[in-house]
Design a protein around this ligand. Structure first.
Ligand code: KG4
Ligand code: ZN
Length: 338
């Protein structure tokens, strides 16, 4: 089954064609990052306009690259939530038009389910059940993936997402948007013990997380150093900050593995590209004796292929939509009725 998959929830327009949920025939991305960089973050209105400009050409390019005709497409999939509403709407409207014109099923995909499914592309043998740590610019969650479309959220951030904090701290340090990757590079040169930053333990649920205190502490440290004219060891601040993020994530993942008894541990989302978090997760998995699944860097960030992968399993579960499909800025990964 060839699925044409559309992703436009943030600042990447992406169109991929994925066969049977596992084989990427083509994965085209038009990134807007450079455009948003001068503003230090994504400008939603610009994102929507750029998606409209890119999406038609990108879909043609995807077909050409895969060597397919429109008739070879068996279904159209699209990220319908969550994301910047104007941006998601562009993808949803394009997908609806394409499904209608081709007279093929329309498959709505939750963006975070897509991130998890990136692992199916990287690891053809991976099947649920497994535990997944989702760390992106907008989400930070520990999810028990019981089946391809059956998930339980064990814990979540109660305030900021991990990626949001990387970006905010990176911005204040003068790093180009999005700051995560640059901060990761700087951290590799630094001493992670040099600055003492908090690891918060919020609420009753041992799997819930909080990053806003850590973010504020890091920003205060930077501003204080500036005000008193104190030199700041930026590499070590980045290393100490990243260690605090990892120390917030990894012990909770370990606890979740121990409690659920899952034998497989996957990581997903843009922040899954972080070298320190990858290393700490690998070390933890080895200690626990579980298999670890880390998508290659290009599948960590937003892409269309991950949407095409999840779409196949949504289709098999009967999760298809009609022309009344809408876009949503927020929606739970648990997939309540459309
Ligand atoms: O999953 P994603 O592409 O978009 C969302 O769905 O949010 O994640 C983007 C996030 C950004 O916050 C970016 O700074 C972060 O992933 N990121 C990283 C790294 N590479 C990307 N954060 C830390 N270390 C990295 N190497
Ligand atoms: Zn994403």
């Amino acid at each position: 089954m060839n699925i044409l998959a559309i992703e436009s929830s943030c600042d990447e327009t992406a169109v991929a064609i994925v066969r049977d949920g596992r084989q990427v025939l083509t994965d085209c991305i038009a990134s807007q990052v450079e455009l948003h960089r001068i503003y230090g973050g994504v400008v939603p209105e610009i994102a929507s306009r750029m998606h409209i400009e890119a999406i038609y050409g990108l879909a043609d390019q995807a077909l050409a690259q895969a060597g397919l005709e429109r008739e070879d497409i068996d279904a159209v999939a699209v990220t319908y939530a969550p994301g910047l509403i104007g941006a998601v709407l562009v993808g949803v409207n394009f997908a609806k038009a394409a499904a209608l014109a081709l007279n093929k099923p329309l498959i709505p995909v939750h963006h975070i389910r897509g991130h998890i499914a990136a692992n199916y592309l990287a690891y053809p043998e991976l099947e649920p059940p497994f535990l997944c740590l989702v760390v992106s610019g907008g989400h930070t969650m520990i999810i028990d993936v019981k089946g391809y479309t059956d998930m339980e959220i064990l814990g979540t951030t109660l305030d900021d997402a991990a990626g949001e904090c990387f970006d905010k701290v990176g911005r204040v340090l003068g790093m180009p948007y999005p700051g995560g990757a640059a901060l990761d590079k700087a951290a590799q040169r630094g001493d992670d013990m040099k600055y003492n930053l908090p690891r918060s333990k919020p609420g009753e649920n041992p799997y819930d997380m909080s990053f806003s205190g850590l973010k504020t502490a890091a920003l205060n440290l930077i501003h204080h150093a500036e005000q008193v004219g104190e030199g700041l060891d930026i590499d070590s601040l980045c290393a100490s900050f990243t260690a605090a993020v990892s120390d917030t994530l990894v012990p909770r993942v370990v606890k979740a593995i121990e409690q659920t008894g899952r034998k497989k541990l996957a990581v997903a989302g843009g922040v899954a590209a972080n070298s320190r978090i990858r290393a700490d997760i690998m070390a933890a998995a080895e200690k626990l004796g579980v298999e670890v699944y880390l998508p290659p860097l290009k599948l960590c960030g937003d892409n269309g292929a991950m949407i095409g992968a999840q779409a196949y399993y949504e289709y098999l579960a009967g999760n298809v939509a009609d022309m009344s499909l809408n876009a949503y800025a927020t929606k739970s990964i648990l997939g309540e009725a459309l």
